[in-house]
Each structure stands twice: as C-alpha cells, then as structure tokens.
Write a protein that binds this ligand. Structure first.
Ligand code: AMP
Length: 189
C-alpha cells in the first residue's frame, strides 16, 4: 500500500492535480476539506461544528480530521494507495498519521509539495471563489486568515518531513501539464 501527501498552501492546485493523479494511478483521493464540506451539506452534527470554523478560515480540531482519515483507510483495504490532500495540516496531525500508518504496516512514501507565493495564492483563491461558490473563498479577511493559518500551523510540516527525507518540492506556478509531469516523475519512482 502506498501513501502520498499532496501538500501546499490553499489554491496551489492540489485539487486539480489530485483528479489527474487518480485518473492515472487509481489511488484513492482523500481531501479532508471535501469530506468536511460533505458533512456540512448533509447537516450532520460534525458538519454544524465544522461550518463555523471553516467559514472563519480556522482549522477544525485535529481529532476530527484524524478520525475521518482513519475511517477512510480502514474502509478501503484493497486499493493500491492513498493520496491525502489538505491533510495533515498541523504537526500533531502528521505525528498521528505516522503512528497510524505504522500500525497499518506502512509509511508516508512521499510528500509532494506544490509551492506558490502568497500573492498568487490570494489571486487563485479569489478566482476559485467565482467557480466553486465556496464561502471561505469569498471574503478578503477570511482568505488572509487562511493564508496566515497556513504559515503558522501548516508550513512547519515542511521541516518535519524534510527531516524524514521524504519531502519533494514542485513549483506550483506552472501549467497544469508541467506540474502533473513533475508529480508523475515522483510517483513513478
Ligand atoms: P481545503 O478544502 O483543504 O482548503 O479545506 C477547507 C477548510 O476545511 C480549511 O480551511 C479548514 O477549516 C478545514 N480543514 C480541511 N482539512 C483540514 C485539516 N487537515 N485540519 C484541520 N482543518 C481542516
């Protein structure tokens, strides 16, 4: 079983690339953001709690997302691999993921990191707001808070994974095709 993390700031192109990776490699794409948005649409208790945090641009509690990831992994024992998108987002999530994969006899095979400078992150999120109608994409203050949350809580994961030797960086400000070719090179190793 292979486990990959698609990493990067909001708007770096993770969702777009994930679709192509799934088409070519048949991995199961797990986006914690998508899972949380489904909970909100379904009106579940979890969704109600998450909605407020997401609309403010804050993270939902670690144990909530870790629980969703564990369920997805145990529900899908027969697939070739997993592609995590938007997870982990904190050091605590990354540590829990490591011990969870260890329990399942696996490890994070590679962290594929799409880089993008803040100015472009901001522009891309605003552009996506027009297409996807996401509440957390519409408002300037919320976007800025999401970018700040990324720097504060999620960016430290770069050193965490560099220390483990499985961190791979790709320039995100490139065409979809080029970025995908670079990702494919890593997945084909
Ligand atoms: P995304 O679609 O990945 O940008 O996620 C949208 C929002 O869902 C984020 O701004 C967070 O509020 C929440 N979220 C998604 N993934 C996580 C995670 N791994 N940990 C905490 N909150 C998350």
């Amino acid at each position: 079983m292979r486990y990959y993390i698609l990493f990067g700031p909001p708007g770096a192109g993770k969702g777009t690339q994930a679709k192509q990776i799934v088409d070519k490699y048949n991995y199961l794409h797990i986006s914690t953001g998508d899972l949380l948005r489904h909970e909100i649409e379904a009106g579940t208790e979890l969704g109600k709690k998450a909605a407020e945090l997401i609309e403010r641009g804050d993270l939902v509690p670690d144990e909530v997302v870790v629980g969703m990831i564990r369920r997805k992994i145990t529900d899908n024992p027969h697939i070739k691999g997993f592609l995590f998108d938007g997870f982990p987002r904190t050091i605590a999530q990354a540590e829990t993921l490591d011990s969870m994969l260890n329990e399942f006899g696996g490890k994070v095979d590679a962290v594929i990191s799409l880089t993008l400078e803040d100015k472009l992150v901001y522009d891309r999120i605003l552009h996506r707001a027009m297409i996807e109608n996401r509440k957390d994409d519409m408002d300037r203050a919320t976007i800025e808070h999401r970018i700040a949350t990324y720097h504060q809580k999620t960016e430290p994961l770069i050193s965490y994974y560099k220390g483990k030797g499985n961190y791979r960086e790709i320039e995100g400000n490139d065409t979809i095709e080029h970025v995908f070719a670079n990702i494919s090179r890593i997945l084909d190793e």
